[in-house]
Design a protein around this ligand. Structure first.
Ligand SMILES: Nc1nc2c(ncn2[C@@H]2O[C@H](COP(=O)(O)OP(=O)(O)OP(=O)(O)O)[C@@H](O)[C@H]2O)c(=O)[nH]1
Ligand SMILES: [Mg+2]
Ligand SMILES: [Zn+2]
Length: 309
């Protein structure tokens, strides 16, 4: 018997899918090459004799958030989203380049994005604006909250209402804690938690939850680093909205906004109208973009396979 379902948890090849009647099944992709991710809509078949459910096919995705592997190939992370929420916090020491790169990945996937500063209880107003002003200036909505003090959760609930959103970001910023505060049933699911070297709980697989009042929210494992899938990036701006806007005034049409004369992007960064940190982040991503293309080697097409294969 075959049926349609949604992937609500993905841990490598171990999947959990939920059918139209709300029943959850453990499932496995049928075939080595199938890469299912959380949020995927899939066609399944139950093999009653072995008590197994196989995923036969991934139904067309409306969107997919992707990353680059170290080899420079694109790899899906979550699918069928409407919103990417990039979470960061004053502790652990924030790496804003990771936030920037998730924002670029969202824009290259055609997804709206929101920046969320959690652990507001650990920060004063001045440091808060130093951390967030570059994102606001770029045009991203920025929200602030403290999960431990239950502050700022109302506006966050409003922003998530009716969306299919994913929480992404560094490990330890409070993604799972936030989801626990927003989705009461989330606290019941502890199977995905593991302890890291310091004995802290850390999320090891993505899981989708229904938001009370409508919408879905996906918790994802924290990262130490993140690179967007390079083939999906807009080649001129790499997904930075400021570069996109300012770049129209560059002298050369194919300006990479590095050392070219008459570069309006670099000039804006020098005069302060483009956040200098964001510009530095653009430059780093530009270098990484070149490195990953190099790593993949010549003669590989957009799907990351050799053209001769
Ligand atoms: N002070 C403070 N601590 C918080 C807040 N939110 C979460 N924490 C703490 O931060 C730590 C990490 O929280 P998690 O929710 O596990 O973080 P995570 O982003 O899910 O981490 P990974 O699963 O590893 O990606 C826990 O000890 C939480 O209690 C907050 O608003 N303020
Ligand atoms: Mg977590
Ligand atoms: Zn330029």
């Amino acid at each position: 018997m075959s049926f349609e379902a949604q992937v609500i948890a993905a841990y490598g090849r171990h999947l959990q899918v939920r059918d139209a009647t709300g029943v959850c099944h453990d499932a496995r992709p049928f075939g080595r090459k199938m890469h299912c991710v959380c949020g995927d809509r899939v066609l399944c078949q139950s093999d009653a004799a072995h008590g197994e459910v196989h995923v036969l096919e991934i139904l067309p995705r409306t969107s997919v958030l992707s990353r680059s592997t170290l080899r420079g190939d694109g790899e899906p992370v979550v699918a069928n989203l409407s919103l990417v929420v990039v979470v960061f916090a004053p502790l652990p020491s924030p790496d804003l380049f990771i936030v920037d790169r998730y924002l670029c990945a969202a824009s290259s996937a055609g997804l709206r994005a929101l920046v969320l500063l959690n652990k507001g209880d650990l920060i004063d107003g001045v440091s808060d604006s130093a951390l967030t002003e570059g994102f606001s200036a770029a045009g991203y909505p920025v929200l602030r909250c403290s999960t431990t003090r239950s502050e700022g959760l109302g506006p966050l609930r409003e922003a998530l209402h009716g969306e299919t959103a994913v929480f992404v970001g560094q490990s330890g910023v409070g993604k799972s804690s936030l989801i626990g505060a927003l989705v009461p049933e989330a606290q019941l699911v502890t199977g995905e938690l593991d302890r890291d070297a310091e004995g802290r709980h850390t999320t090891t697989s993505s899981r989708l939850y229904d938001l009370p009042g409508g919408g879905q929210l996906i918790d994802s494992p924290g990262v130490r680093d993140f690179a967007p899938a390079i083939d999906m990036l807009e080649p001129r701006s790499l997904g930075f909205p400021e570069v996109d806007r300012l770049g129209v005034a560059c002298r050369f049409q194919d300006c990479q906004h590095l050392r070219e004369p008459g570069c309006a992007v670099r000039e804006a960064a020098e005069t302060g109208s483009f956040d200098a940190r964001r510009y530095e982040s653009y430059r780093r991503l530009r270098r990484l973009y070149a490195q990953l293309r190099e790593a993949r080697g010549p003669g590989r097409n957009a799907a990351g396979r050799s053209q001769r294969e």
